[in-house]
Write a protein that binds this ligand. Structure first.
Ligand code: AMP
Length: 374
């Protein structure tokens, strides 16, 4: 059996970690260090957790770091050296909320574990080759080129992992399957994947585009931003906070967590109901759009916290689509089963699946592949 891989996701105020056995997918220990101010102290806590399950940090095969934005340049899992850290620093403006903490986490982890290979795995990687028609925004091309404005897409590790698992579940070669993957967590994104290759995804230049999320607005008319600036006198920072943290189902309905949202809806809370309705409406628009782009799908897969757990969201996202070949099996959809499963009827031309995502395992396996070659 190979050595375990430590996967780190260093965010703005937390460090998520998981020690993964890449062969079996077994998680040896995982957790979150919250309210991080000092990344070195946070990582020390992570290493203590690793030691507590009898694994010496010297025996870790690699440390895999999730990095949100790889820009145009980085899309393969990459062995981290000083030059890469410097380049990641340069990408900070593209993902100001996400990349700087990742760089801090990487820097401290390398200082603490200098003899273990550190690998960066990019959340944008899977979408690196989006067709130009999907990747480009219709704005002045010179401005776009100068400022690297294009659609990068995010949650790529999850979309790739889940689409591979979906093909495997169906017993079909990945190359032969047209898929829609709906990653519905606190952040949410959809992708259309033809034969293993993404042809569109809902997140864009930043993770703010697309679906309604827990606290992010997803798509809005960009004119709103100018209006808020000129007429409401809001600063760009205020608008950033508004659209990233005070919007989505939380901004509309007062709750980020879908369990709480449903509770309020059941109590007759009109704001919660509206938030849910707007969320479902947007989701259905993307599903319809992607069915058109793909010329029909073989499989639609739900994943992440909401997608894996919320049967009502799955039902409402796909209700009334028999004409498009989509028929859910109500009982299967409501089953408390946690593993990969089919929730469409046996006769539904489009298979609908629920597949738990596992970004940490995907990152761990990417580290193994890279270390094998290196
Ligand atoms: P993620 O970002 O993938 O960890 O997803 C987190 C979100 O999943 C939470 O904010 C909840 O909205 C949602 N979630 C988690 N568990 C459940 C559940 N049992 N039912 C409905 N939603 C859930």
């Amino acid at each position: 059996m190979s050595q375990p891989v430590l996967v780190l996701n260093s965010g703005s105020s937390s460090v998520k970690y998981r020690l993964v056995q890449p062969d079996t997918g077994e998680s040896l220990v995982d957790g979150v260090v919250e309210r991080v101010v000092d990344y070195r102290a946070a990582l020390q806590q992570v290493f203590d957790a690793v030691s507590s399950v009898g694994v010496s940090t010297d025996d870790v095969m690699a440390v895999g770091h999730r990095v949100v934005h790889g820009g145009r340049q980085f899309y393969r899992p990459t062995l981290i050296d000083d030059a890469l850290v410097a380049k990641l620093d340069e990408l900070a403006p593209l993902a100001p909320l996400h990349n700087p903490p990742a760089v801090l986490g990487i820097t401290e982890a390398r200082a603490l574990l200098p003899n273990v290979p550190h690998v960066a795995v990019f959340d944008t990687a899977f979408f690196h080759n989006l067709p130009a028609a999907a990747a480009e925004y219709a704005i002045d091309r010179d401005v776009a080129a100068q400022w690297h404005i294009r659609r990068y897409g995010f949650h790529g590790t999850s979309h790739q992992y889940v689409s591979e698992q979906a093909a495997q579940f169906l017993g079909l070669p990945l190359e032969s399957v047209n898929q829609i993957v709906l990653h519905l967590g606190n952040g949410a994104s959809a992708s259309a994947i033809a034969g293993g290759r993404p042809i569109d995804t809902s997140m864009g230049m930043t993770p703010m585009e697309g679906l309604v999320m827990g606290t992010r607005s997803g798509n809005i008319d960009p004119g709103i931003i100018m209006y808020l600036s000129r007429t409401a006198g809001m600063s760009i920072e205020d608008i950033d906070v508004l659209l990233n943290r005070r919007s989505g189902v939380s901004g509309l309905g007062g709750a980020t967590d879908f369990r709480e949202l449903h509770k309020r809806m059941n109590e007759g809370d009109a704001a919660a109901q509206l938030a849910y309705d707007v969320y479902i409406h947007r989701l259905r628009k993307y599903i319809g759009g992607y069915l058109a782009l793909l010329g029909g799908a073989d499989v639609i897969t739900f994943t992440a916290g909401v997608g894996e757990n919320d049967a009502a969201v799955r039902r409402d996202a796909l209700a009334g689509l028999l004409a498009l070949g989509i028929e859910l099996d109500e009982e299967r959809n409501l089953s408390p089963n946690r593993g990969p499963r089919r929730i469409s009827t046996d006769t539904s031309p489009v298979s609908v699946l629920v597949i738990p995502t596992n970004e940490e395992l995907a990152i761990a396996r990417a580290c193994v592949d890279l270390c094998k070659v290196a």
